[in-house]
Design a protein around this ligand. Structure first.
Ligand code: COS
Length: 385
């Protein structure tokens, strides 16, 4: 396993860092205030090939791997976490196809996803359950050569803007839990599929978070990913592969807040010296830096291990499942803690919207909640010990 970043990874990091500073950061405050999805940011990701970083070259991606993806998401999230999410969530929505799709399905869907011409979303959570996947209710009942989907999904990132959605549904309502569900690709113009309520959120405010409604929505059996009874396991493994993306977003938020607070503490003076020279503030920044760096190492190691799997979910081990959950949980907790401290370093200025750290603090919170709450992450970690 390579420990240092490669030349290519460093070049990607420099490129995305520049792009983030020059093209993403300037509109971050406005996008947060308006809370409207911004297609210009999607175009920016497309033009710079960021959607296809971790897609195999055979399907039009750049095949650069999970660590490269994490680096890009981290750099974008340093200045705007909702922008990092554009890329991370697209990967999440596409992963069930990469992990469980057959060759025909990969050829049909992945090339347009790799360029970002099509956007993907992932639909698992429902109004009645998010953590307890085995209790989900959306149904897909077989009817000839197709399945009829009925149910509601909620809190679906990119749900209203995606071209394809990977959807988890129960195929055998009387069947045994964990063996009664399947994953389908639903294309956005399928009759019976519609987009419901849009959420007004605390953070990542301009990212698209919506309810999805399936009413007698007929999906061709050709869009079933894997076998009918494999859905639970496909979704669990998808999350193992995707959670490092949330960790990267969280790490970026922490790193962005640390950078801003450090710069501020060197400029701002009190009692005759820059506040970083007061140990009350200097030690706070030291602690923020230590935790952020520790989070980065845990995540990068996880990504390096995962990219050796080449998207083969049968090669997942309990240790790898644990690494993914540890990265997501640790990076999320670090992001929350670091951003709260950053607000404190800025004092009154940390509490107003003119400075970015209050947005970063609001954005951090979701990383402890989505793609498996940090309580569920601790459950997964303890189950694999
Ligand atoms: N990776 C791979 N396999 C997993 C797994 C994981 N992370 N977690 C569980 N499994 C497997 C188990 O090994 C078991 O396999 P077998 O049937 O071969 O024995 C099976 O799945 C059932 O496991 P378990 O009995 O632990 O399932 P539970 O119903 O108790 O649920 C949790 C397990 C809670 C861990 C699971 O439902 C989960 O991860 N929930 C969070 C879902 C989530 O992230 N929601 C957010 C939505 S996306 S924004």
């Amino acid at each position: 396993m390579q420990y240092e970043l490669t030349e290519e990874q460093r070049m990607l990091q420099d490129m995305v860092r520049r792009l983030a500073k020059e093209r993403v950061e300037p509109g971050a405050t406005r996008r947060d205030a308006e809370g409207e999805f911004d297609w210009a940011m999607v175009d920016l990701m497309r033009e710079n090939g960021l959607y296809g970083i971790d897609f195999p070259e055979a399907y039009g991606g750049s095949g650069a791997g999970m660590l490269a993806l994490a680096i890009a998401v981290e750099e974008l999230s340093k200045v705007d976490a909702a922008c990092g999410l554009l890329v991370a969530d697209h990967e999440l929505g596409s992963l069930p196809i990469m992990l469980a799709g057959n060759e025909e399905q990969k050829q049909r869907f992945l090339p347009k996803l790799a360029t970002g011409e099509h956007l993907a979303a992932f639909a698992l959570t429902e109004p009645a359950a998010g953590s307890d996947v085995a209790r989900l209710r959306c149904k897909a009942i077989k009817d000839g050569d197709s399945y009829i989907l009925n149910g509601t999904k909620n809190f679906i990132t990119n749900g209203g803007v995606a071209d394809i959605i990977t959807v988890y549904a129960i195929t055998d309502p009387e069947g045994k839990a964990h063996k009664n569900a399947a994953v389908f690709v639903v294309e956005k113009d399928t009759p019976g599929f519609s987009v419901g309520k849009k959420e007004d959120k605390l953070g990542i405010r301009w990212s698209d978070t919506v309810e999805l409604i399936f009413e007698d929505c007929r999906v061709d059996a050709e869009n079933l990913l894997g076998q009918e009874n494999e859905g639970f396991h496909v979704m669990m493994k998808t999350l193992d592969f995707s959670r490092p993306g949330v960790a990267a977003q969280a790490l970026g938020i922490a790193a962005g807040a640390l950078e801003y607070a450090t710069g501020y503490a060197k400029e701002r003076e009190s009692f005759g010296k820059p506040i970083i020279r007061h140990q009350g503030i200097g030690f706070k920044l030291a602690e923020m830096a230590m935790r952020t760096e520790a989070a980065r190492h845990l995540l990068y190691k996880t990504c390096a291990l995962y990219q050796e799997l080449s998207k083969d979910m049968s090669r997942l081990t309990p240790e790898l499942i644990r690494m993914s959950s540890m990265s997501k949980c640790f990076c999320g907790d670090v992001a929350m803690w670091v951003t709260i401290e950053a607000v404190q370093v800025l004092g009154g200025y940390g509490y107003v919207k003119e400075f970015p750290v209050e947005r970063m603090m609001r954005d951090a919170k979701i990383t402890q909640i989505y793609e498996g709450t940090n309580e569920i992450m601790r459950l997964v970690i303890s189950n694999t010990l």
